[in-house]
Design a protein around this ligand. Sequence first.
Ligand code: 9GP
Length: 834
Amino acid sequence: PAWAPPAAAEQIWNEFSKEESTDEATIQKSFIRHATKTLARSSYNMDQFAAYQATAHSVRDHLIDRWNATQHCHSVKDPKRVYYMSLEFLIGRTLDNALLNLNLKDHYKRAIGGIGFTIEDLVDEEVDAALGNGGLGRLAACFMDSLATLDYPAWGYGIRYEYGIFQQKLVDGYQTEYPDYWLTFGNPWEIQRLDVSYDVRFRGYVEKYVDVSGQTRYRWEGGEKVVAVANDYPIPGFQTKNCINIRLWSSKPKKEFDFASFNEGNYDKSVEEQKAAENITSVLYPNDNHMVGKVLRLKQQYFFVSATLQDIIRRFKKTSRPWSEFPQQVSIQLNDTHPTLSIVELQRILIDEEGLTWDEAWDIVTHTYSYTNHTVLPEALEKWAVPLISDLLPRHMMIIFELNLYFLQRVEKLFPGDRDRLRRMSVIEEGHPQYVRMAHLAAIGSHHVNGVAELHSELVKTTIFADFVEFFGKEKFVNVTNGVTPRRWLHQANPGLSTLISEKLGGTAWLKDLSQLDKIKAFADDVGFQNRFMDIKYKNKIRLAEYVKDVTGVTLSPDALFDVQCKRLHEYKRQHMNIFGVIHRYEKLKSMSKAELEKVVPRVVIFAGKAAPGYYTAKLIIKLITSVANVVNADPQTSEYLKLIFIPNYNVSVAEILIPASDLSQHISTAGTEASGTSNMKFVLNGGLILGTVDGANIEIGEEVGKDNIFFFGALTAEVEDIRHHQMYHNVAMDAKLQGVIKSIQSGRYGDSVIFEPLLGTLRSDYYLLSKDFTPYLEAMERVDAAFKNKSAWAKKCITAAASMGKFSSDRSIQDYAKRIWKITPVPTTEEFA
Ligand code: 9GP
């Protein structure tokens, strides 16, 4: 270490660096100290937001103490660490989660109450950290919670975007996007580390030279440099001292501004470089499951990769181990292909800067990385134009060509003369221009490739990586089914249900071992328990109804069946099938007599989700939903039986209100398209049932909860290709009920139908099989309605299903990764470091 306290001072350090106690007076003192000293406020100059900030700073002190202890412990014990590299972390709010994980909620409730604020109000002041698009980013956040909770020595690495996912507002029923400047009033949860910074180079040229031993070598020179600065985001585990870190990089200019230009009077030019550098981490790309090949995005990826690797290598070098031990100390997980350049960058550093041979370096690389595939949708698979990479990263492009050559030579050896196979497996897609296939690069450079649910992992092996399975063997391709953290998605989002479960299981241990939920099944027939369980659901529905009233003005009855589909808008997720189903229901209600209407199960259909700003069809689906809602909600004849809501600006905090309030949720992707889904797990965990296709993790949820407690329908994955073929070449007529729905839209009942023609036009080729699945979908809905009528039987289904969700904790996913892929073990932060 650069400095050590003199012996006499050590005691002072030990004494004054201890975590503060959590009695009421100490918390109040800490709150007021932060209000007055950190925020420069006073008792006559406080408001709710300042109170949130003061509370956050006070809680942050606890996090930092634990963070320091954890890092100290890990430095001393020097275990193998896992580095989770992700361009997205969809964290949401932190205050409530931190209080619960630190077990300080009640303490702060009392202490803050004593000062004159209500902790629930303060929690609501926080702006979401929305540095992700959807499932992939939220999965990364759940994984961080599990890694911390299970005491694994782990770091998350990401980008500190100044603008997270855009804010969605509805204007005339259309989605409009507004920037999400989440840092306007600062972010109390991050620790800026101006001392932890690295240079990142772009462009330039490659120089060939002969080193002292006569070896031909290359070095990357020139170009422009920007600086990456670290911002640390502490992530506390639940009921453990362990507190891990997500390190988020922000970009800064290498030199603040060009003084020569400034003196010559070129004021704009003098700050140009600064602006360009800061742009790199300015905004999150808002595409989910869709690749858009923008230079700035490639820059973000390399910037992220370069800074992260420098940081990992600096830490590795502290212990002076030989390079050959790198894979024993370091495991790097690539969350999708977004950070795949990391593979090339490590190879470059090892051969160009550290002087290793190609083979030595490649051996280290391929024992360090593993890669998670999250989709097989062709439009989502990343590929970058060769000229783009050559321009931005000339040395990397050389290395990619070289490693591809060596790889294809090995393929040629195993399958001599099989040219089509070489073409299929190449990292380079031939054409004008050529492209780099990032998934191939990731698979070649990793020791394991995993899919995110059983079906998806099988599809990975039989579709995009079929040739790679033949070449590498099937052991390299594994499944790790996704999971969700029960701390945020049950304990925090649904305190009523969490309390009930803890009461029945005699404590909160189940929150760290979700398999214990199974014991709740014993109460599924108990009418008293059923009533309490459903009463909690009812209260959650009231909470949601209040929220909906607030944001949309529409009144909902909590007695109706709450039917929710909230996720990114995408044709493969088929929100349009849902809205077509709503139209069908509405038309049917309109044709019913009073007596018939009285037998109907009242239903509230709720949509939420963002569409990528450039995704025209997805945005039209939103417009259709809002247009139908205007008509349906204003119809006195039916409004008692059907309400339709689109909740704007879906995010983690909205999900926390929405999910615990649902009776039914829809996960209705065309079979084989949704890799896993994770909200499906959250809904069932919170006592709701699924209406879904035989896709992604729905299948495994079905296996756990039993076929009576899930509503499946629709074509199977194995049938999809044949159905598409048949539809294409055999003039198949559209499903009659769907035709009826189209007619209803075209009648102008929901406004000028011309605007919906492009959406209806997609049904001509019907790639996502709406026509084939529509009648089975409506039939499944009828089964739902019938089941909901029997209150006790419905409660039993919900209880049994929720109690069967033990498998879907992200703790289980993380243990799978740790044991089978990363080969790391827990390192609890012991008392001597605290
Ligand atoms: O579409 C998948 C989703 O099904 C999955 O749950 C999530 C987390 O594994 O990843 C999504 N994939 C992407 O966002 C892009 O590959």
